[in-house]
Ligand binder design. Structure first.
Ligand code: NAD
Ligand code: UDP
Ligand code: UDP
Length: 314
C-alpha cells in the first residue's frame, strides 16, 4: 500500500493528537512535529508503537527539511494564558512557523492546511461572524501576539498561493473542546471541569454574560480532513465551529449539573480585550464540505468530564 506522507505540526497538542490518530486510521504515514510547549507526550504515547507514526521534537520557527505530501500547520499555543506567557515567541511561531512550513510546502509541492482562528475577528462587531467580515482586532493589546500573528499567517498563506501557486487550506477554528485538553490549559471548558471535579470554586471572568460557541473535537477534526480532501479551489478561509452559542455562566451551570459538583461560582475581573460574543456562520462549510457538527454539547461535555475524571484520579 502506498501511504500518504503527512506532516502535523503541533501534533502532540490537543487538536493535533486527535488529528494524528485519525490520519493513522486512514492509513497515512504521519510525522508529528512538536516542541512540547503546551503539548504532551501522554497525548501521543499510544501512537508511538505504530510504525507509521514518527515524532520529531522541533520548533517550527526554525527551518525543517522533510519530504511530505500534506502539511497540517497546527503548531501554536492556543490558550490565552499560554500564548501570553511569551508573546514574542507566539508571534514568531505563527509568522516564522508559517514561512518555514510554506517554504517546505513550496519545495515539496505539498498541500498545506493552516489552523487559523476566530480570533482574526477580534472582538466582533458583526454577529454571527462570516468569512468576509474583516474583524475588530486591537493590534497592541495582550491578545495581539496571537490574533495578529494568525492574521499575518493567513496573509502569508494567500501570498504563497497567489505568488507561488501553492495549494492552501485556511480554516478559521472557533472554540473547540474535548479530551486531551491540558488540565492547566487555562481555557474555559477545561478550567471549569477541573474546578468542578476538585470541588474548587468555579471562576467566571467578568459577569459571565459573554458568550461563546463550543465545538467537540471529533467534529472539528472531521472538518479538517474534509477540507484537505476538497478540490484545490477550496482555499478558505472557512469558518469551522459549532454555531450553538451560550453564555459562560450557562456553561458553568451545565458543568456543575453534569459533574454533580458542590462548587460555588465566583467572579474575577474580565481580562483585557476579552471578546463579548462569538458565533461562527458555517454556511460555507456546510455547502462546500457538506459538514456540520453532530455532537451535542451535553454529549461532548460528558466525554470530556469522563476524561478529566480519569486523569485527576490517577
Ligand atoms: P495546544 O496548545 O494543545 O496545541 C498546540 C501545539 O503546538 C502544542 O503541542 C505545542 O507544544 C505546539 N507548539 C507550540 N509552539 C510550537 C513551536 N514553535 N514549534 C513546534 N510546536 C509548537 O492547542 P490546540 O487547541 O490543539 O490548538 C491547535 C491549533 O489550532 C493552534 O494553532 C491553535 O491556534 C488553533 N486553534 C485552536 C482552537 C481551539 O479552540 N482549540 C481555536 C482556534 C484555533
Ligand atoms: N524552508 C524549510 N524547509 C524547506 C524549504 C524551505 O524550512 O523544505 C524554509 C526556509 O528556511 C526559508 C523559508 O522556508 O527561509 C521560506 O522558503 P521559500 O523557498 O519560500 O523562500 P526563501 O528560501 O527564498 O526564503
Ligand atoms: N473564562 C472564564 N473562566 C476561566 C477561563 C475563561 O470565565 O477560567 C472566560 C473568558 O474570559 C472568555 C471565555 O471564558 O470570556 C472563553 O475563554 P477561553 O480562554 O476558553 O477562550 P477565548 O477567550 O479565546 O474564546
Amino acid at each position: 500500500m502506498i501511504r500518504r506522507k503527512v506532516l502535523v505540526t503541533g501534533g502532540a497538542g490537543f487538536l493535533g493528537s486527535h488529528l494524528c490518530e485519525r490520519l493513522l486510521d486512514a492509513d497515512c504515514d504521519v510525522i508529528c512535529v512538536d516542541n512540547f510547549f503546551t503539548g504532551r507526550k501522554e497525548n501521543i504515547a499510544h501512537l508511538m508503537g505504530n510504525p507509521y507514526f514518527e515524532m520529531l521534537r522541533h520548533d517550527v520557527t526554525f527551518p525543517l527539511y522533510l519530504e511530505v505530501e500534506e502539511i497540517y500547520n497546527l503548531a501554536c499555543p492556543a490558550s490565552p494564558v499560554h500564548y501570553q506567557f511569551d508573546p514574542v515567541q507566539t508571534t514568531k511561531t505563527s509568522v516564522h512557523g508559517a514561512i518555514n512550513m510554506l517554504g517546505l510546502a513550496r519545495r515539496t509541492r505539498a498541500t498545506i492546511f493552516q489552523a487559523s482562528t476566530s480570533e482574526v475577528y477580534g472582538d466582533p462587531e458583526v454577529h454571527p461572524q462570516r468569512e468576509d467580515y474583516r474583524g475588530n482586532v486591537n493590534p497592541i493589546g495582550p491578545r495581539a501576539c496571537y490574533d495578529e500573528g494568525k492574521r499575518c499567517a493567513e496573509t502569508l498563506f494567500f501570498d504563497y498561493h497567489r505568488q507561488h501557486g501553492l495549494n492552501i487550506r485556511v480554516a478559521r477554528i472557533f472554540n473547540t473542546y474535548g479530551p486531551r485538553m491540558h488540565p492547566n490549559d487555562g481555557r474555559v471548558v477545561s478550567n471549569f471541569i477541573v474546578q468542578a471535579l476538585r470541588g474548587e470554586p468555579i471562576a467566571i471572568y467578568g459577569d459571565g454574560s459573554q458568550s461563546r460557541s463550543f465545538c467537540y473535537v471529533d467534529d472539528m477534526v472531521e472538518a479538517f480532513l474534509r477540507m484537505m480532501a476538497a478540490p484545490d479551489a477550496v482555499t478558505g478561509p472557512l469558518n469551522l465551529g459549532n454555531p450553538v452559542e451560550f453564555t459562560i455562566r450557562a456553561l458553568a451551570e451545565k458543568v456543575i449539573a453534569m459533574t454533580g459538583s458542590h462548587s460555588e461560582l465566583i467572579f474575577r475581573p474580565l481580562p483585557e480585550d476579552d471578546p463579548r460574543q462569538r458565533q461562527p456562520d458555517i454556511a460555507q462549510a456546510r455547502e462546500i464540505l457538506g459538514w456540520e457538527p453532530s455532537v451535542q454539547i451535553e454529549d461532548g461535555l460528558e466525554r470530556t468530564v469522563a476524561y478529566f475524571r480519569q486523569l485527576l484520579d490517577r
